[in-house]
Design a protein around this ligand. Structure first.
Ligand code: VGL
Ligand code: ZN
Length: 222
């Protein structure tokens, strides 16, 4: 486990929101863009849902010819390095295509408890790792407005993947004036390209993102 400091003195309040990032079939083992142990966090996420009054569940939601797919670039393979405005640092296998089974939530995820389901990544030429802003770093998803309307100041993040959608969401949350807390044991990384996970963890620590284990939240401390 990397050298992360986990906070102990934290309790969920009614002004906090839980964001469940991309808990979708394609990101599970056996899916099109599998995240190792992605299925192992589903029960733990279900267990913390009742702690929150506001729960946002997001879905990566791509058109079938999305430019983040290696198949859209002749000669390229999934996970090849690729940088272009709004895309990269790698190309992906086709995943989370709108309306497909792989784009659906993991069947065990209790999505009935979500107060908002937010979709992102539907613009063909721009990816959206963050649930707040697309990768052009300008276009907002609308989630910030939703959270601010509900007077939410602190967001807890869980889901997939730790070094992509969770990381960029936490980064944007801080930049947009929220406190961001990553529930570390309820997230898993893609870990590609090499070094990306380590860089993203370090950057989150540097900008003040907090890390917590779900046990701490369930134990109702402090
Ligand atoms: C994600 C890669 C491509 C994620 C989405 O949800 O972290 N990763 N699209
Ligand atoms: Zn995607």
């Amino acid at each position: 486990m990397p050298d992360i400091r986990f906070i102990q003195d934290i309790a969920v309040t009614t002004d906090d929101a839980l964001i469940v990032v991309d808990l979708q079939t394609d990101f599970m083992p056996g899916g099109n863009l599998p995240v190792s142990e992605g299925d192992r966090i589903v029960r733990g996420i279900n267990r913390i849902l009742p702690l929150f009054r506001t729960v946002v569940a997001t879905q990566d939601w791509h058109p079938k010819d999305h430019r983040s797919f290696a198949a859209a670039h002749p000669g390229k393979k999934p996970y090849d390095l690729y940088e272009a405005p709004g895309l990269g640092p790698v190309l992906w296998p086709d995943h989370c295509v709108q309306g497909t089974k792989g784009a659906g939530f993991h069947p065990d995820f209790e999505d009935d408890r979500a107060t908002l389901i937010l979709r992102k990544g539907y613009h063909r030429d721009i990816d959206s790792y963050s649930v707040l802003k697309e990768n052009d770093m300008t276009t907002e998803t609308g989630l910030s407005g939703y959270l601010k309307t509900k007077n939410i100041r602190k967001v807890f993040l869980s889901g997939l993947a730790l070094d992509y959608c969770v990381f960029y969401s936490a980064k944007d949350a801080v930049a947009m004036g929220f406190e961001a807390v990553v529930i570390y044991d309820l997230s898993r990384p893609v870990a590609s390209p090499p070094g990306h996970l380590e860089t993203s963890l370090k950057m989150m620590e540097d900008i003040g993102v907090l890390f917590v284990m779900s046990e701490t939240l369930l134990n109702g401390s402090p």
